[in-house]
Ligand binder design. Structure first.
Ligand SMILES: [Ca+2]
Ligand SMILES: [Ca+2]
Ligand SMILES: [Ca+2]
Ligand SMILES: [Ca+2]
Length: 353
């Protein structure tokens, strides 16, 4: 799957989808399939390979252990001057005291009791809570680890605005609300369901510009011929009833294996498909594997990226940049999670500032 050619194919045609209109409430199920039915997804990519993989349910789950990368868990160093109580003769070799000393991370003073990425650093102190980085390297010293800085360089982002591991039994908190769809807790994650249209779970604190929003997710089994989207939301505007009046989204489609950027404009009832990539993965790659979706708004461009690695080790450089259309609200809206016509499990959510 790594060798998939990744190139961009800006899609000129606007594609209409039904607007996720209705507003559900809180966390209770039944948060509506009352959204307007999806208009046709008039994909220009009808000739794109189709994921008729016939993999069935057995290809669904990627064990959590496989998700942890093989990054060296702990750096080892050999101190130049090993402490010793023994005064050795000047010319004595100190081989005996030259044993490796483990570089123990600083004590975490604000532990949560949970380690999302399994790198040994508690979520409460991990400077990249979803990237395995036991060394916690932070070259520019801005509190955001090197492992999760923006791909364009460390000057864009400066820290974590919010990390949600979705691991406790409790509600994620008042900062979150459902705009539509059915959202419920699963073990160490959040399940989102909405069909045939969109369901949205919003994080209610406006992002700071520039920013990045990330979600790790997997699709639940569907008929292989069903199109289904997993998205992160940016620039969302909501009314007092939590219905979204406008938003941007960076989405990965399950069947065609494409990334796309969608926009709902204020006053419109249909979505604009801004750009769609060519297929990013081999059709045999399990649709239900874990993936990382991450979008960056740097003040000028919106990048939509996908990590296609089965172990989420390497961040791919797929980028979709909208043309010079209006960027209204991208710099002052809400972020969140979105499922369109399907069922998803989101393992975590991160808002970088
Ligand atoms: Ca960690
Ligand atoms: Ca980490
Ligand atoms: Ca940094
Ligand atoms: Ca989690």
């Amino acid at each position: 799957m790594d060798a998939v050619t990744r190139r961009l194919a800006p899609l000129a045609a606007l594609v209409a989808l039904g607007l996720a209109a209705a507003c559900g409430h809180d966390w209770s199920p039944g948060g509506d399939g009352s959204d307007a039915p999806a208009d046709v997804v008039d994909s220009v990519e009808d000739d794109a390979p189709v994921a008729e993989d016939g993999l069935g349910d057995e290809a669904t789950d990627v064990p959590r252990d496989e998700y942890v990368s093989e990054d060296a868990p702990v750096d080892s160093v050999e101190p130049e001057d090993a402490p010793s109580d023994v005064v050795e003769p000047d010319d004595a070799a100190d081989d005996a005291s030259d044993a490796d000393v483990t570089d123990v991370p600083p004590v975490c003073t604000t532990p949560t009791g949970h380690d999302e990425d399994g790198d040994g650093i508690d979520d409460g102190c991990d400077n990249c809570p979803t990237y395995v980085n036991a060394g916690q390297d932070d070259e520019d010293g801005d509190t955001l680890g090197d492992a999760c800085e923006a791909p364009g360089g460390s000057s864009m982002l400066s820290g974590l605005a919010r990390f949600e591991a979705f691991w406790t039994d409790a509600s994620p908190g008042d900062d979150w609300f459902s705009s539509s769809g059915t959202w419920s807790r699963v073990e160490d994650g959040m399940s989102g369901y909405s069909t045939p249209s969109g369901g949205n779970l919003l994080f209610g604190v406006p992002a700071e510009t520039p920013y990045s929003v990330e979600a790790q997710f997997r699709f639940r089994p569907l008929a292989s011929t069903t199109q289904s989207w997993s998205c992160v939301l940016l620039g969302a505007q909501v009314d007092t009833a939590h219905a979204m009046s406008s938003f941007w989204s960076c989405c990965f489609e399950r069947q065609d294996r494409t990334l796309s950027i969608w926009r709902l404009r204020e006053g419109s009832t249909s979505l604009d498909s801004m750009l769609v990539s060519t297929p990013l993965e081999d059709a045999a790659y399990p649709a239900e594997a874990w993936r990382r979706l991450r979008a960056y708004w740097d003040g000028m461009q919106l990048r939509c990226t996908l990590d296609t690695g089965s172990a989420l080790e390497e961040f791919s450089a797929i980028e979709l940049v909208p043309p010079g259309a209006s960027r209204t609200n991208l710099d002052r809206g809400l972020t969140g999670l979105r499922v369109y016509n399907g069922e998803l499990e989101f393992r975590s959510f991160v808002l970088y500032r």
